[in-house]
Every structure is written in C-alpha cells, then in structure tokens.
Ligand binder design. Structure first.
Ligand code: M6R
Length: 608
C-alpha cells in the first residue's frame, strides 16, 4: 500500500526513481510524485494517475538530480488528486513521502495550526512534514527533528525525508511499514521493497521497526528511535528473481498463473524424501515443539485465508487436531480463550499485511503460542515476528490478484500436514500416498493450464453478466470462495460463493437465466449432494458450469462441464483453482479491465 523510493548518488537519480516507482506501482497507483534537489533548490512534481503520466510531466530528458524521494499512492486520507499526492512539504523546506497511517493526525494538525502551519492537503502525512519543520525551526538539526517527530506519531509508517538545508542527506524511517536500504558504489537508496531497486543493486539492509537511516552517497548511519547507533548487516539477494519482465505474457497475472507448475516444484524442492516430508524444513526445534501441540489457530486475509480454510479440513481429517481459521482483521475481536499448547500459523504472500501482523502481535501478547508463518517474502515483518517460517518460494507476485502464491501456500501447508502427521505418528501409509501425489502435482497443474480454449468459452458466458455464483462443499467451498474473489476483484462482476447446501436457504432466489453458476464437482462423498444443487439451479434456468475430475469436457452457450486431472481428494482443490483463476482472468480481459491493477486495490495491504 503506497510505494516509496528515494536515493542519493553521483549519477542522475531521476530515471532510477521513476523506474523504482514503476516497479512499485503494484502497491498503489492512484497518484504519484517526486521531490528532487538541483543546485540547492527542491522541485516537486506530482500527478493524479499513473507513474507514466508523472514521468511525462517530469520531462526526464532535461531534468537531472543527484538526490530525491518519490512515491506512488493508494489513498487512505483524502481523494486521489494532485494535492493529496506525495511528497508533502512544509514551507518548501522539508519534503516527506509516507506509507501507512498516522492515527493521531487530527490532534497533531490542531496543534500545528496553533503554531501557524497551513495545510494544503487532506492527508494524514502532511503533519509529519510540518512537525519536522517545527523542530528544525526550534533549532534542532535534521536527525534530531526527525527523532522528535516520530516520538509524536501514533500508527504505522515508513518515511522518506528530504531537507532543502541538508543538501546531501536523505532520511528513511521504518515503523510497522516496510522499508529497505539499497547499497551501491557511492550511492544509497531507500525503498518499500527490493523490487524497486533490484535493477540497481543486489545489496540490501533490512531495517527494523523504530529505526532511522541517515543516507549519504558514501555512508549509511542507522539509529534507534532514540538516536542510539544500530548495526544492520548487508544481505545479498538474487536480484534476477525480481524482474518486472512480462516474458511475452499480456499481464503479470497471466504470467503468474502459468508459472504455477514450476513454482510448486520450487516450493517442494528439497523438502520431501521418498515417503515423507524432509526433517528440519521448518527450522531447528520446530518438530520438537510440535509434539506438544493440541490446537491450531490460523490467521490470514483474502486468498491466504482461503488456503488456511483448506488446511483446517486437512488438520481435522489427518491429524485429529482442532484448527480454527480467523481473518486477520477479525481475530482480535474474540476474547482469547486459554487452550493447551497452540500452533499459531499466519499465511501471507507479502508478509506485510497489517491485519495479519497486528493479530499475530496480539496473539503473542495474550498467550504463548508457537508461531509459524507460511510466507512468500524472506525478511518480511511476518517472518521476523514469527518463531518459525516456511518460505513458499513462489517468486515475486506482481498482479494484485493472488494466484501462484495461493498454490504454493497450499503446497507448503501440505508439507506442514505431512510433518505434523510424522511427528504425531499418524497414518504412515497415507503419508506415503500424499507425498507421491504432491510430487505429481506440477504435472497435473500443467495439464490443467493447457485447457485455455474451454476457460475462454466460459469467460464469454460471464463477461457481460452482472453477477455470478460459485458453489462448493467441504474443502471445495474455500476454492469456490477463491474463484468468486478472483472474478470480483479483476472483472468487477459481483460474485459470491456459497456452500452448495446453503443455496436453498436464500441465494436460490437469485437464480434465473441471467445468473451463471460455477460449481465444483469433486469425486468424493459430496458429489451426489452438489449434483442435486446443480439440478436445483438448472431447474430454474440458471447456466451451470461444473468443474471436476469426472465426466467429459463440453461447454456450449448454456454452460457445461470442464474435466480436470484427478489426484487425491485432499490435493484436488489445488488443481481445481487453476480453471477458476483463468476463467476470471479471461473474463477480465474480455471486459477490458486493468487486470494487474484493479480499481481501488493494492497488492500489499499495509494498513489496518
Ligand atoms: O499478502 P497477503 O497474502 O497477506 O495478502 C492478503 C490479501 O490482501 C490478498 O490475498 C488479497 O485478497 C488478494 N488481492 C487476493 O487476490
């Protein structure tokens, strides 16, 4: 949510900042801006709209600078507009870019107004620029003014600060919103994530909450929020992994869907033996701690929540361990109940989702769980806050709609299932079968990816509709929900998912010839009942499309069936989600929406 990039260098920084913003645009894309210094003067260029519009306005051919900060915005306070776009400034001296929310901004605004400061935006960010200015006017140097300012702020924020009177210094602050430092030869950068700078450097320092980084071309000083010096080690990352190349695909979402067979392979690589999960993959001490676990709590949001709901079924069936799944945004509203030793799992692509992160912190405060995160981003906040982490290895996911992250989350949750089954000595024969099926999964995903003609046929039935209904039972209900989420977020078609049995308790009233219904028809004990639900829809002239491993593929203007490859029932949801992703994708393409950057959304939701 919002992207920050800034840097100081001997070379012209502006193309680096603009390319950094392009690479960060998936985090927010309603407006953008840049502040840069040339000959002691700071210029400010802002724009409502996309980074490309900003680049055109900036005129990269003539303008040059060695130090600057830039921002791409996802609006929280105030409409997307040029006025509300960052950077914000105070008295043309202090310039600030911000990711996060300042919860006490109203009180600070009142106080600053009394001090004579004028506000020109509706944002919460502007108070930060004025506070820093206020403290410098009171005689503090820039570093101390920033320290005094953050002592006043409540909320989550990552900041980039530029001061007209400190021509060679750039300041970065991290407090519950991500910020990394990139290092080059005689040039230093800050950014919301590695992606922004991976074409510039592979050397990064990962800041901790409460830290301030003072960057000069040839030096980085990091301190705590009280000014005590801190040391951060430099880590080398594989910057090739952070490419923003579409590799011939039309959209990142399409590319990421078609990568799914490979990324599942990557996430299983070296983590399975012939018949089992490999010992130690969750880190030293994890398996010992798991012996005493009698309760599992999962916290996640959106697509990651759906992965958690599937694990809930696996846990009950194969482990006999009670598992509860809560939304990150809801978990804290339930009074915590003391239970025996709990394994608390957070699931997240970004590792920065504020709702999930704050619930993890809450759970740690109110109990003593063993915490594990299934996460796609090493060094993310969730990885750092958790006792254990298993990286999903999906590679960077850029499309706002989560796809390859989901299937790798499920592959990793399956590794967790196998590990807990081994630790708790459950069902050795089943473990062997699951292991074999898991290894086979990439092949089946590949086959499923090939049926694009059928998915396009279904998309043609959908793209002119206003609504669609998704049905599933048991562990296919979370998949139905995932299908509805994909369709609604990128095609803006209202889509809902229901457990098949709930249809007659209300939603059946919606069915007529204009309502397409997509039903998951597995080869398990639920088939007969879901078939009855499908009949109920057909009897009311609804168009039904079924997806499952039985029958023959046939689609016409009235609906039909898509046959997918068959595997063990517990893994079939992973195969079933692929058609739903591609149906949503082609529907959005036919509608002509902005697939990778759907309206109002952002990839990494770093505000609660
Ligand atoms: O990074 P996370 O997995 O924690 O993100 C959670 C949700 O914000 C995310 O899955 C969101 O729902 C996606 N846009 C769904 O496609």
């Amino acid at each position: 949510m919002c992207g920050i990039v800034g840097g100081t260098s001997n070379r012209n920084i502006l193309p680096i900042l603009i390319e950094g913003l392009r690479r960060l645009e998936y985090r927010g894309y309603d407006s953008a801006g840049v502040a840069y210094k040339t000959n002691g003067k700071i210029s400010l260029v802002k724009n409502a709209g996309r980074v490309d519009d900003l680049a055109a306005k900036l005129n990269l051919k003539t303008n040059k600078s060695n130090i600057g900060i830039a921002h791409t915005r996802w609006a929280t306070h105030g409409v997307p507009s040029e006025k509300n776009a960052h950077p914000h400034n105070s008295k043309n001296n202090i310039y600030v870019v911000h990711n996060g929310i300042i919860e006490n901004h109203s009180a600070l605004k009142e106080m600053l107004k009394k001090e004579g400061f004028k506000f020109s935006s509706q944002t919460d960010t502007e108070v930060i620029a004025h506070l820093i200015q206020l403290y410098t006017e009171k005689g503090k140097d820039l570093d101390s003014a920033v320290i005094s300012t953050i002592a006043k702020l409540k909320g989550a924020y990552a900041l980039g600060v530029l001061d007209k009177n400190n021509p060679d210094t750039l300041i970065g602050v991290r407090q519950q919103s991500p910020l990394v430092i990139g290092e080059g030869f005689e040039e230093k950068f800050i950014a919301s994530d590695i992606m922004a700078l991976s074409n510039i450097t592979n050397k990064f320092k990962f800041m901790d909450d409460g830290q301030i980084a003072i960057l000069e071309k040839d030096q980085i000083t990091v301190t705590s929020s009280s000014g005590v010096a801190a040391r951060l080690k430099t880590q080398e990352v594989d910057s090739n992994a952070y490419t923003n190349d579409l590799k011939g695909y039309s959209h990142f979402m399409e590319k990421e869907i078609f990568e799914q067979s490979d990324v599942i392979k990557d996430s299983l690589e070296g983590r399975l033996t012939k018949n089992e999960s490999q010992e130690g993959i969750f880190g030293v001490g994890f398996e010992k701690e798991m012996k005493n676990i009698s309760n599992i709590q999962i916290i996640a949001c959106g697509t990651s929540f759906h992965a958690g709901r599937i694990f809930e079924f696996w846990s009950h069936k194969f482990l006999g361990i009670n598992c509860r799944v809560d939304y990150g945004s809801e978990y804290q509203y339930q009074e915590p109940i003391k239970t025996d030793k709990t394994l608390l799992i957070t699931i997240s692509q970004s590792g920065e989702t504020a709702d999930t992160l704050s619930s993890l912190k809450f759970a740690k405060k109110s109990g003593d769980p063993v915490t594990l995160t299934i996460c796609n981003v090493a060094n993310s906040s969730l990885c750092r806050e958790s006792d254990y982490a298993l990286l999903t290895k999906a590679g960077p996911e850029i499309g706002v709609a989560s796809t390859k992250a989901f299937v790798t989350q499920l592959a990793c949750l399956n590794l967790l299932l196998l590990t807990l089954m081994r630790v708790h000595n459950k069902l050795p024969a089943a473990r062997k079968k699951i292991t074999a099926a898991l290894k086979d999964l990439p092949k089946l995903i590949n086959k499923t990816l090939k049926m694009t003609g059928e998915y396009k046929q279904v998309a043609k039935l959908l793209f002119k509709r206003n609504s669609a209904l998704f049905l599933g039972r048991g562990l296919y209900f979370p998949i139905a929900r995932e299908g509805a989420l994909k369709l609604k977020e990128i095609s803006y078609i209202h889509a809902e998912a229901y457990p098949g049995g709930e249809l007659k308790h209300g939603p059946l009233a919606l069915i007529d010839k204009n309502m397409p219904v997509i039903a998951l028809a597995p080869d398990n004990e639920h088939l007969a009942k879901i078939t009855s639900n499908i009949e109920e829809v057909a009897a009311r002239k609804g168009k039904v499309i079924t997806i499952g491993p039985l029958g023959r593929t046939k689609i016409d203007k009235n609906g039909g069936h898509i046959k997918i490859p068959k595997t063990l029932d517990l893994l079939n949801p992973i195969v079933s989600v692929v058609p739903l992703q591609l149906i949503a994708y082609y529907t959005a393409v036919f509608k002509g929406t902005d697939v990778d950057k759907p309206r109002n959304l952002a990839k990494s939701v770093t505000v609660e």
